[in-house]
Design a protein around this ligand. Structure first.
Ligand SMILES: [Zn+2]
Ligand SMILES: [Zn+2]
Length: 405
């Protein structure tokens, strides 16, 4: 009987959208086009008769509470099926959810093992957006740990939601940004793990299958890598000033302008080196926090990659037409005819100035005067004061008295 109610709930839940127009459904009818779904009509009448067959409301309230049936009933509460919603209000489900969550929290705090039902509860309510933002990452952490330790498992679409929440909450709590949007997509190139575009993170669907197998290390590296790219984007947009941020900005602009530059320099680019270095660090920190131990092989890979990319961090040699060049030399050439870049990234006007219709580097006198403006509060800059000071000193040290175009 209970099993049957659960089954019917699952079937109702699986028909979430109108087949004709994709609209939302209330009871058995699409609220947009009015199409009736006959399967739903049948399921609802089955549900009504199951619920009515209980002797009294008190009976079923007890059964609902002791069997966690309310989770399933709650999952279809958007359909506004009268018998279901009436029951939910009788058992006061808000209190039940709160109680169940408190019970699980207590177990976690005591270091007790969670049951399969506990995990299902957490996953279900995470996906249905029932947790406050401040709780979401904690819930995701518990779920990921459970998956890796094979204490629970979820279908692919639930895993996708867990990964999306990890990225969107992780960017706030781990990476320290306000917001990102994460999407799971199918790539034509199976080797692509993920990508970041503007403020968004994209993850290859194929990566989710690793999580289904309980493998987390490479997925985490992908997620953190793309999250670091989002942070780079954000700092660029906020005109954040430091020596390294300026190198990142120039690499990014040249990569945007030329796919060949990006491909030829992939392993030299500051944007990639910073992402690779930080993905390693963040992944190890996160796994340690969750008490998940990477395999020997995974750990060797991470350490090797970290050391490799550390060597290139801050380096400004780039390849152009098969010849090693200095990043600034390349950038000076690319911006020379392109004054609009200065409007797009105002932070560049610390180093460059429009002279006639062309762009040239500022000379020592010009930089000194703007540094003075900054120190005396006439020029507002975004960044860490120490890093801004280092940046100006670096800039002055590499700028000759009279700069040649
Ligand atoms: Zn419709
Ligand atoms: Zn990358």
């Amino acid at each position: 009987m209970i099993e049957e109610i659960i089954n019917v709930c699952k079937k109702v839940k699986s028909i979430s959208k109108c087949r004709s127009c994709g609209g939302s459904i209330k009871q058995d009818t699409c609220i947009f086009c009015g199409t009736k779904n006959n399967e739903l009509t049948e399921l609802i009448s089955r549900l009504n008769s199951l619920i009515n067959s209980f002797r009294s409301q008190v009976d079923i309230s007890n059964i609902i509470v002791t069997n966690n049936l309310f989770n399933h009933l709650y999952s279809i509460n958007d359909f506004e099926i009268q018998s279901v919603n009436q029951l939910l209000s009788v058992v006061n489900y808000h209190n039940l959810l709160e109680e169940q969550f408190q019970g699980i929290t207590k177990k976690i705090n005591n270091g007790d093992k969670l049951s399969k039902e506990d995990y299902d509860f957490l996953c279900f309510f995470l996906i249905n957006n029932q947790f406050k933002d401040s709780l979401k990452l904690g819930v995701v952490n518990v779920l990921i740990k459970g998956i890796v330790n094979k204490e629970c498992n979820f279908d692919i679409s639930s895993l996708e939601e867990i990964v999306k929440t990890f990225v969107e909450e992780g960017i706030k709590n781990v990476i320290g940004l306000k917001y990102t949007h994460c999407k799971i997509v199918e790539y034509n190139d199976k080797r692509t793990c993920g990508s970041a575009l503007y403020g968004n993170v994209y993850v290859n669907k194929a990566q989710i299958r690793h999580l289904a197998d309980g493998k987390i290390t490479y997925l985490l590296r992908t997620l953190f890598h793309e999250m670091i790219h989002v942070r780079q984007y954000q700092r660029r947009k906020d005109a954040y000033i430091s020596i390294y941020d300026m190198i990142l900005l120039k690499d990014e602009i040249l990569s945007d302008a030329s796919r060949k530059f990006y491909d030829d320099n992939y392993f030299l680019l500051s944007i990639e080196n910073q992402a690779f270095m930080n993905e390693s660090k963040e992944t190890l920190d996160y796994m340690e926090k969750l008490e998940i131990t990477p395999s020997r092989e995974e750990l060797d890979d991470i350490n090797k990659d970290y050391e490799y990319h550390k060597n290139f961090c801050g380096a400004t040699i780039r390849i152009w037409e098969n010849v090693p060049c200095d990043l600034d030399t390349l950038f000076n050439k690319s911006i020379y005819n392109n004054p609009s870049v200065l409007n797009q990234y105002p932070q560049l006007s610390l180093e460059y100035i429009i002279d006639g219709n062309l762009v040239r580097r500022k000379n020592k006198k010009e930089i000194e005067s703007e540094y003075k403006d900054y120190l005396e509060g006439r020029l507002q800059l975004n960044g860490n004061p120490k890093e801004i000071e280092d940046y100006f000193n670096f800039l002055l040290s590499m700028t000759k008295e009279n700069i040649i175009k």
